[in-house]
Design a protein around this ligand. Structure first.
Ligand code: G4P
Length: 552
């Protein structure tokens, strides 16, 4: 996991070369926006996200030799204690962003946590990107743990490019994988390329868009770009023999069923262009990056909460999609990550928060490359800015310059796991309370409090148990307030209102609590009781919270 941190740093060096002369005319904003590609890579842990990220940097010229990123793993690991849990569990929690130029375009690549328990986090990151690269391990396909993340992605209707990775070693039949993508996620795969050779004996790809055969050659350890050779059909038939014939047969089959790359349905999140390759040996990496430039969309106007589209060239606006404190013990502070939606951001400019109406300081705007920070001077639609110690900012907040604008709130997910938290040492209650407030604001878990006794043991609500573990870990390590955690067996949660709570309080097996955003929620020990109540007393307000796989 630390490898990705180095990737951020290397990209950050690259970023700083770019910044400089500030421009702010309408034409410039539109030009800059048009050149942005803002992406997230989602994958199951170990499918190759870090390796692919590193290879993107190699192809973009941001590193001279791949391996530099991985090789620095160990040096890095000692500087960030908060990520111990990521290392222990082999998961990525602290999503960050990196930026690098490629073919005259500026890429913003956002990291996502690779575990279903963090699907709410993933959802927020996905709200900040314009497209997604879904990386699958060819030998494994879609793994149960990650299915939810992919479904979240589909539900956002984001354009998805699929990369079947690790084709250099034995794996499953790609046709079978395509079927799995369609069946499990509901995205229609449209292979942009088709492999020549089977997994484990992978020679190259046919570009189905123009019929070219591109043969790859390995370089030692995949440390430099894989040489590509364009080979005509006659020579391919002679040199690749049965592998060539089999690939042509499969291409004919795909043609027959009309599984061709189609821009409109890709942009609508209905089809997914599929690329095949091996991040380790660099096979297919360039084609994937090129597709990100050629197929993926540039930032488009966002719809505000009045339903109007805010033009890209309007005054500056952005929304906060992530808040994170204590990412690095050297900077025990709080970062709010905001995605620019319109206008030109200049450091130290005056911006306001739409929820509070207060001015937000932007003097300490940084790039958000893991724990290594660098001041950012300006940013355009699609870019991510990190605001240091912008206290008072919450996830979902809109920032704006000029006339007020607000973007719709980010949806909350229905929690499925509940636990009651108590400080192990009552002498550290103050630290416990502070940690609770901070981690609630960051959205690590939802903290539900008693209506009458605010200080009573709070109920923590989460999409997955790992969130609760992260919460306990961070309370103990960052706030020095170890907690005792008792899992509670609530089966359902509903948002309710003041009018309904008098009645609900008189029914057994229901607990009424208040969420951090002020909403009243009812927790049900028994799902059937809830169903009965919904049927018998329809006048009660019992609103389901968004189901994560269907946020529409
Ligand atoms: P992640 O970020 O998605 O968790 O995955 P990561 O890139 O760290 O890759 C997980 C493992 O899979 C790594 O091996 C990596 O080298 C390997 N890998 C990634 N892409 C490919 C590929 O295209 N082909 C093959 N054969 N392997 C690939 P590791 O042994 O865990 O780590 P390392 O010692 O190689 O760094």
């Amino acid at each position: 996991m630390y490898a990705i941190e180095w990737a951020w740093q290397i990209a950050s060096d690259c970023y700083s070369e770019r910044s400089g002369d500030a421009v702010s005319t309408t034409t410039d904003v539109l030009k800059e926006a048009k050149n942005r590609r803002t992406f997230a890579i989602i994958s199951h842990p170990d499918a190759g996200k870090t390796t692919l990220t590193e290879k993107f940097l190699l192809y973009a010229g941001a590193v001279q030799e791949a391996g530099a990123v991985h090789a620095r793993d160990n040096r890095r690991s000692s500087t960030s204690d908060w990520m111990d849990i990521e290392k222990q569990r082999g998961i990525s929690i602290s999503s960050a962003v990196m930026q690098f130029p490629y073919r005259g375009h500026m890429f913003n690549l956002l990291d996502t946590p690779g575990h279903k328990d963090f699907s709410e986090d993933t959802y927020r990151v996905l709200a900040a990107v314009d497209a997604v690269i879904m990386v699958l391990d060819t030998a494994k396909g879609i793994e149960a743990q990650t299915l939810k993340l992919f479904q979240v992605c589909k539900a956002r209707r984001l354009p998805v490019l699929t990369f079947l990775n690790k084709f250099d070693r034995p794996g499953r039949d790609p046709l079978e994988l395509l079927d799995e993508i369609e069946q499990k996620i509901g995205l229609r795969p449209t292979p942009a390329v088709w492999p020549v050779g089977i997994p484990g004996d992978f020679r190259g790809v046919i570009d189905r868009r123009n019929g070219d055969y591109i043969r790859f050659t390995r370089t030692s350890g995949g440390s430099s770009a894989a040489p590509e050779e364009l080979i005509d059909a006659t020579r391919a038939a002679q040199e690749e023999g049965p592998s060539w014939t089999a690939a042509l047969d499969n291409c004919a089959l795909l043609d027959a069923i009309g599984a061709n790359v189609e821009l409109k349905s890709f942009l609508a999140g209905i089809t997914t262009p599929v690329f095949v390759g091996s991040a380790l040996t660099n096979f297919g990496v360039r084609m994937l990056l090129d597709a990100a430039v050629d197929l993926a969309p540039a930032p488009a106007p966002r719809v505000d909460d009045s339903g109007a589209e805010r033009a890209l060239e309007s005054d500056f606006s952005a929304f906060v999609f992530k808040v994170q404190a204590n990412m690095d013990p050297n900077h025990r502070d709080r970062l709010a990550f905001a995605r620019v939606c319109s206008g030109h951001f200049e450091r130290a400019m005056d911006v306001s928060c739409a929820r509070t109406g207060r001015t937000v300081g932007t003097k300490y705007a940084t790039t958000a490359f893991g724990s290594d920070r660098e001041t950012i001077e300006d940013a355009y639609p699609g870019d991510i800015i990190g605001l240091v110690n912008a206290t008072g900012l919450q996830i979902g907040d809109t920032l704006y310059a000029g006339p007020r604008v607000a973007y719709p709130p980010l949806p909350r997910f229905a929690p499925e796991v509940f636990a009651i938290a108590r400080p192990l040492d009552m002498g550290r209650f103050k630290q416990f309370r502070r940690g609770l407030a901070q981690l609630d604001e960051e959205g690590v878990v939802q903290v539900l409090r008693d209506l009458d006794v605010a200080e009573a043991d709070p109920v923590l609500a989460a999409v997955g148990a790992l969130q609760i573990e992260v919460f306990a870990y961070r309370l103990a390590h960052e706030f020095n307030a170890p907690v005792d955690m008792q899992y509670a067996t609530y089966q359902a949660i509903r948002v309710t209102d003041n009018k309904s709570i008098d009645r609900l309080r008189h029914i057994g097996g229901i607990r009424i609590l208040r969420r951090g955003d002020g909403a009243l929620v009812a927790l049900f020990e028994n799902r059937y009781r809830l169903q009965r109540l919904e049927k018998d007393e329809p006048e009660l307000t019992l609103i389901p919270i968004l189901a994560d796989t269907d946020p529409s």
